[in-house]
Design a protein around this ligand. Structure first.
Ligand code: ADP
Length: 421
């Protein structure tokens, strides 16, 4: 369809403009430039995949009798809103709006006031790619003023939000103030665990992946693997391997292509993290590596806390920083209980060689997506052809897959009754 062609063309323009888009994100929120470049490539791929999904979307039909045909068609909702965060400015904006645009809605996007540049530029590129002017609109401004006005406006048919759990709850209230009940979709915070079982023995080999899960973008990632739940028999070896791996991250100027670990996005984020870690220090927990005392400027080094109690804020609150909280377990039931205790439900990663254990944890852990690894891997693609739906404090509403597309449409039953031929 024409919309898929435009999405593909837009993706190509974004990929071709990678240096500028990445530089904008890096300058505005401090992401290392190499990671920002990768993020632009991932964002362009996401638009191509959305176009693919759109092309493969079918219409359900039913024929109850000769001369009677019923169709279930997906119509656009109208004008919808998207409110997005600063941690991956371009990627999070596109992830929020791609399905809505694919389904034929007009979108008003409010990117984070911290990093609105790449969204504005991407919207110009959309018009260049053939999207009619006025289909994608970007408004800039702060959350409590511009964001709240958008959410309250009853002409907005659906609201997609990606950000913190507290702001998600606030938006739900503001939306109700508009006087017209409207559907929402929210991808909020996480406290996503890596669960390393007794049956998994290739311990050193998975340290780089676990480290990357929490140190990428200085831990400012909704799906960051911020908790490590490890069987007691492997704990010491794995903690040592992760601490050794942390030394390989290159802390430095975000604009240096060699840098893999930048500062936190801004003073507000740093102070928030300092407050949360300060309260845990007061409770007598000391980090194995890193920690506040080694912070310089807004740069918080890779930090690992071990033997974190399940009720500690380190285990239960989203820190949005490069801080790994390790807790040991003895049984898979205990692992599942620890994984679910914080009440989030974004993603989970399980390392096991035991098929039955993998199946148990896949069901028992509450998350929008659970990945069971039976082998150490260095690379894994997320198949966006299938939907993910966050749970609990992590939000609600399907993203990706045909379900993610259809969420941004209105189902209408159309019946043709022409009489017997
Ligand atoms: P952070 O503080 O990490 O930026 P938020 O969840 O507060 O996380 O912000 C995510 C997005 O939500 C941003 O675009 C922000 O402007 C917006 N926002 C914040 N507060 C509100 C609000 N009261 N109403 C609407 N949008 C908001």
């Amino acid at each position: 369809t024409e919309r898929a062609v435009v999405l593909d063309a837009w993706a190509d323009l974004i990929a071709a403009d990678a240096e500028t888009l990445a530089l904008m994100d890096s300058l505005e929120m401090g992401m290392p430039i190499a990671q920002a470049m990768e993020d632009v490539a991932v964002s362009a791929a996401l638009l191509h995949e959305t176009a693919e999904l759109l092309r493969s979307l079918t219409v359900d039909a039913a024929v109850s009798a000769p001369g009677s045909l019923a169709l279930s068609v997906a119509e656009p909702l109208g004008v919808v809103a998207a409110i997005t965060p600063w941690n991956f400015p371009l990627n999070q904006a596109l992830a929020r709006i791609s399905a809505a645009l694919a389904m034929g809605n007009a979108v008003v996007l409010k990117p984070s006031e911290v990093a609105p540049g790449s969204a504005l530029r991407a919207a110009d590129l959309a018009v260049e790619a053939g999207m009619p002017a006025g289909v994608l609109n970007v408004v800039t401004g702060t959350g409590p003023v511009t964001g709240a006005a958008l959410v309250r406006d009853p002409r907005i048919a659906r609201i997609g939000f990606t950000g913190s759990t507290a702001t998600g709850a606030r938006i739900q209230m503001l939306a109700a103030e508009g006087g017209v009940p409207r559907p929402l979709a929210m991808e909020l915070g996480g406290k996503s665990p890596h669960i390393v079982c007794e049956s998994f023995t290739d311990i050193e080999a998975i340290a780089p992946q676990i480290a990357a899960g929490i140190f990428w973008n200085a831990g400012q990632v909704c799906s960051a693997g911020s908790r490590l739940l490890v069987h007691e028999s492997h704990a010491e070896r794995l903690i040592a391997a992760i601490c050794a791996e942390a030394e390989n991250w290159v802390i430095g100027d975000p604009l240096d292509p060699e840098t893999t670990f930048g500062p936190l996005a801004n003073r507000g984020q740093f102070d928030r993290l300092r407050g949360l870690l300060g309260s845990s220090a007061a409770a007598g927990t000391a980090p194995r590596i890193g920690g506040l005392e080694q912070a310089k400027g807004l740069s918080m080094p890779p930090t690992v806390y071990t033997d974190v109690a399940v009720d500690s804020p380190l285990a239960s609150e989203e820190l949005f920083g490069p801080v790994l909280a390790v807790t040991r377990f003895a049984t898979m039931e205990e692992a599942a209980m620890l994984a679910n205790a914080a009440g989030f439900g974004l993603v989970a990663t399980v390392w096991t060689r035991d098929l039955a254990e993998g199946h148990f944890l896949a069901r028992a852990v509450r998350a929008g997506s659970v990945t069971i690894h039976a082998a150490a891997e260095t690379h894994a693609d997320v198949p966006i052809t299938l939907p993910i739906e966050p749970a609990g404090r992590s939000g609600f509403g399907a993203d990706f897959g045909h379900a993610g597309l259809l969420a941004w449409s209105q189902r209408k039953l159309v019946q043709f009754r022409t009489g017997s031929p």
